[in-house]
Write a protein that binds this ligand. Structure first.
Ligand code: EPZ
Length: 419
């Protein structure tokens, strides 16, 4: 396993190009199953989760190529509708093959994903949506088996604006017979990007990005041709690095409105934000002010930025009250940040951050993707040498993180973890 060695206390400045969004690429690559031909995707990030997705799709019979950020997928023939446990357990997003396989082949057998570090993350909203579209769902030996001669359009009202459930239902409805109206949908930019990619295949979709999405089913779809949207969470992470190290960083390749709730909190903490059409700059004005926030579905403050913003608040002047409303166990970074000297108190689904003048380097351990980003940020600010172990978590969602940080002036190296 690898770990990162970080010499903290350096102000980071410069420009970063964000990669394609992981959370858009995963459903979009999987949606290639729906197309009867060859799909081509640009700005696909080279991440572990993308590699896993490619393996799942190869297992299902899609031939693939992937070089220089361009992935092609040929779905002319589906070899099997069975997504096995040893692939699904590596990445929960594999459950997104349910809708497309069911819509294309009339059957899907997908291992239940099991929980993960940040919560139980059930898939009941996915399954009830597919049942509403006419699927017969049975659970057998840890597998979900879904069957439907042909899905039928229907009205599906989500109990909660679940990103994954919205994506599964959207993909399934594109080939259903008749019209589907999805209500109380997730509105994340990644949902919008999936709709744009599906439309490039000939799908008839409108309303993406609002709480109502209307889909007219068609008989077949062609291959997709799409460039993945920029990663707003990667962008927010680098802006948080500028806040924490009191520098000035410009992130290029995404629209500011994809991150407005986070930009507003950066401004509340005293930072200057400059917005361009396809870039955002954060310029620190000195020590950040403590800032309260709570995570919400889009357009609220994204849960995927909670750990990173918390890391920046550990050095703020004054307290911050941070509340996590999306996942039930997304404070795994708290004890690790405490090892760096942060003053954090957990009360239920909130954390009180008492900002300190400085953090002190220590060995820390990553537990999940965004927690690992917050620990890297802690290391960048702590005095001395911090090592972050188990950074395979980081590699799931950040492309060449240490290279991008070095280009901003960070003293950071990836080394083999002999322990
Ligand atoms: C997506 O996960 C993202 N992953 C997550 O990013 C992100 O944190 C999350 O959306 C929220 O924005 C991908 O897009 C691959 P949800 P997803 O369904 O779809 C509960 C990262 O760090 N729920 O919106 O799984 C669920 O347990 C990852 O990049 C049910 O109860 O999120 C959670 O508490 C982490 N039943 C809440 O809803 C269901 O059937 C939100 O989940 C589905 C979800």
């Amino acid at each position: 396993m690898d770990k990162l060695k970080i010499q903290g206390g350096v102000q980071l400045n410069g420009t970063v190009q964000v990669s394609g969004a992981k959370n858009a690429a995963l459903p979009i690559l999987i949606s290639a199953i729906l197309g009867g031909g060859k799909s081509r995707f640009e700005r696909v990030p080279a991440l572990q989760d993308i590699k896993t997705t490619e393996l799942v799709l190869n297992h299902l019979g899609l031939a693939s190529t992937f070089e220089n950020g361009v992935m092609t997928l040929d779905a002319t023939k589906i070899a099997t509708v069975d997504a096995p446990y040893d692939l699904v357990r590596k990445m929960r997003a594999s459950v997104l093959v349910l809708g497309p396989l069911l819509a294309r082949e009339g059957r899907a057998k997908v291992s239940l994903p099991g929980g993960c570090a940040i919560g139980a993350r059930p898939i009941d909203f996915h399954l009830s949506a597919l049942e509403k579209l006419g699927a017969k769902i049975t659970l057998e030996g840890g597998y979900v088996i879904a069957e439907a001669k042909r899905l039928r359009g229907n009205r599906v009202a989500f109990e909660f604006p679940s990103v994954g459930a919205t994506e599964n239902a959207m993909m399934a409805a594109t080939l259903a017979d008749g019209e589907t109206l999805l209500e109380n949908c997730a509105k994340e930019p990644e949902i919008v990007d999936l709709a744009i990619s599906l439309r490039s295949m000939g799908a008839k979709i409108e309303g993406e990005g609002t709480e109502h999405i209307r889909i007219q089913g068609v008989n077949s779809l062609s291959g997709a041709n799409h460039r993945i949207v920029g990663d707003r969470i990667e962008a927010g992470t680098f802006l948080a690095v500028a806040l924490a190290t009191r520098g000035k960083i410009r992130v290029e390749g995404l629209a500011p409105h994809h991150l407005e709730a986070v930009l507003a909190k950066f401004e509340s903490s005293g930072a200057k934000i400059h917005r361009d059409a396809d870039a955002i700059t954060l310029e620190s004005t000195g020590r950040a002010r403590g800032t309260d926030f709570q995570t919400q579905p889009f357009p609220g403050f994204p849960t995927d930025m909670q750990a990173q913003f918390m890391a920046a608040m550990c050095l703020a002047d004054g307290p911050s009250l941070i509340t996590e409303t999306i996942f039930e166990n997304r404070f795994m970074h708290v004890p690790e940040l405490t090892r760096l000297g942060a003053d954090l108190t957990i009360r239920g689904n909130s954390v009180l951050v008492r900002g300190k003048e400085k953090l002190i380097a220590a060995p820390v351990m990553a537990t999940d993707l965004r927690a690992s980003a917050s620990l890297v940020m802690g290391g960048l600010c702590a005095e001395g040498e911090t090592t972050v172990s188990r950074i395979y978590h980081l590699d799931r969602g950040y492309e060449r993180m240490e290279e991008k940080l070095r280009s901003l002036g960070a003293k950071i190296d990836r080394v083999k973890d002999e322990s």
